[in-house]
Design a protein around this ligand. Structure first.
Ligand code: MV4
Length: 517
């Protein structure tokens, strides 16, 4: 096994990886910035190394400092988590060149999948279906017009260096091509320093379905089945589930075998994910491969019973996968909600502050992968994802009801979060019917946010507000100083928590009104 693993990340994923290390009996090393000196991931590790100032560019992106920290603490492996350095070919190479084990794919595989046009070429050679289109950059608008007319409008212009939707333009008619190509080029140049743009046929109303694979260094590659990731906003996934209502056992086997072929063609080792578009007619098209552990890996763990992070570590140590494809069978249903410090009622604006109160859900089938605690300060230096709430149940509808119940048990005070948004999605008829595609959330968002709280709760809110106002009046009559603050349960707490009567009133009213009967 590995001797000691440095986790080059923070937050929930660092904690998740350290848990896997603990279960394997492998000591872990945390790295942390000025902002994270007392963060949960630092205490979850056996030792910790300070690597710089709060901005990522001065800490979690400083590859050379992280490698130094590994060497100084005697770690023999580095797990990058997701984001930060996870898909930087140079970092995977630098870790290897330092004589350490990178807990992830070889740098060559990261490079092979990093360029979207190169990945398409590789996929085509491996017999993996891709969206009809080109595999080379467009020379000019004339060539773009020729190609588009061959495939038929609408088409999608995409950045070769892209991913995440940057440098993408849908074009519906020939007359719009030249301007769209200019815009896509400019955006690609700005985002990736590379203005190469290619064309694909635009697929309308598809689902985003991805296949998790696991590969060892002995040539064994298995598929762990699909995740449905269509519930997203501006390329940020909000809710993921496994399996997908749109995938039959036969389609699962076919998509799985396809993902395994794509992974093999890149010489892949470790955990990885092939992203597909699944169209309304059940045809699927390879988009790209994510050469890292993904945020949403837990839903696959819950339906397969396979600990993906533990296997990443075991495979990195040279172990063989102990199971074969025919031993992998999804069982039941898992759903994940990303709990972010964003305010859905305010355009998902990031919210900052101190977590003043945190009450976590538990009970049957509930998993919390978090990186926060009471007292955590949420700033703007890092991703707003605070934690993931994941549930498992025998069927999809039971998983939805269980998620709804678990969200009701969750209280986060001090910052705005996505909790109430998730409650509304769990109540939504389209979502409950599985009737979703990649545009569903953006179409549905206005009505989700407009849902009125149940009438009974408005009454509770009014009574609570009246009680607080009355308590405030009594306090003033006694000559008490500051007005009380209010805890999540609506009872008056410390006088320091809030100083404005109206604000406290409104806050209680809002909290109570959003708490369904
Ligand atoms: C597409 C597409 C429709 N047709 N390609 C978005 C990010 C990048 N990974 C690929 N993306 C898309 N490629 C064709 N030919 C629609 C999207 C897309 C999308 C894909 C997955 C998840 C969410 C999405 C949201 C908008 C557009």
């Amino acid at each position: 096994m590995l001797k000691k693993v440095l986790v080059a990340n923070r937050g929930e994923i660092a904690v998740r990886i350290m848990r896997a290390c603990r279960e394997l009996g492998v000591p872990s090393v945390a790295v942390y910035s000025d902002a994270d000196a007392s963060a949960p991931h630092v205490r979850a590790a056996d030792e910790a190394v300070h690597i710089g100032a709060a901005p990522s560019a001065e800490s979690y992106l400083r590859g050379e400092r992280i490698i130094e920290a590994a060497q100084r603490t005697g770690a023999d492996a580095v797990h990058p988590g997701y984001g930060f350095l996870a898909e930087r070919e140079w970092f995977a190479r630098a870790v290897r060149d330092a004589g350490l084990t990178f807990v992830g794919p070889p740098p060559e595989a990261i490079a092979a999948m990093g360029s979207k046009t190169a990945a398409r070429t590789l996929a085509i050679a491996a017999g993996v279906p891709v969206v009809p289109g080109t595999t080379t950059a467009l020379r000019d608008a004339t060539e773009a017009r020729e190609v588009a007319e061959r495939f038929g409008f609408p088409v999608l212009l995409k950045a070769a260096a892209g991913g995440g939707g940057k440098g993408m333009r849908v074009v519906h008619a020939s007359g719009d091509l030249a301007a769209a190509l200019d815009a896509a080029r400019r955006e690609a140049k700005n985002a990736f320093g590379d203005d190469a743009v290619y064309v694909e046929k635009y697929i309308e109303g598809p689902r985003h379905v991805e296949i998790q694979i696991l590969a060892d260094a002995h040539g064994n590659v298995v598929s762990l089945g699909e995740r449905e990731c269509s519930v997203q906003r501006r390329h940020q996934k909000m809710i993921e589930e496994a399996p997908s209502v749109a995938v039959s056992p036969a389609l699962r086997a076919e998509m799985g075998a396809t993902a395994v072929r794509a992974a093999r063609s890149a010489g892949y080792v470790s955990a990885g994910t092939c992203e597909f578009l699944l169209d309304r007619d059940g045809r699927f098209y390879f988009l790209e491969m994510n050469t890292r552990l993904q945020v949403e890996h837990p839903v696959t763990e819950l339906v397969t019973g396979i600990d993906i992070v533990q296997w990443q570590l075991r495979v990195a140590a040279g172990e063989r996968l102990s199971f074969t494809q025919d031993q992998v069978a999804p069982h039941g249903w898992a759903i994940e909600c990303r709990i972010t410090s964003e305010d859905p009622t305010n355009g998902f604006l990031p919210s900052t502050g101190r977590i003043s109160h945190l009450q976590l859900p538990s009970g049957p089938g509930v998993r919390w992968d978090g990186g926060i605690e009471t007292g955590s300060t949420i700033g703007l230096n890092y991703d707003p994802m605070l934690a993931k709430l994941i549930v498992w149940a025998p069927t999809r509808i039971e998983a939805i009801e269980r998620m709804h119940r678990a969200l009701l048990e969750l209280t986060i005070e001090g910052v705005e979060t996505s909790r109430d948004f998730h409650l509304r999605v769990m109540e939504d008829d389209d979502f409950r019917n599985g009737d979703i595609d990649i545009q569903w959330l953006e179409r549905r968002l206005p009505s989700i946010l407009a849902v009125a709280p149940p009438a009974g709760n408005l009454r509770i809110a009014a009574i609570t507000g009246a009680l607080i106002a009355d308590q405030d009046r009594q306090r003033r009559a006694r000559g008490g100083g500051a007005l009380p603050g209010v805890a999540s349960h609506g009872l008056v707490t410390s006088p320091a928590a809030s100083t404005e009567n109206g604000a406290a009133w409104r806050r209680v009213a809002r909290i109570e009104a959003l708490r369904p009967a």
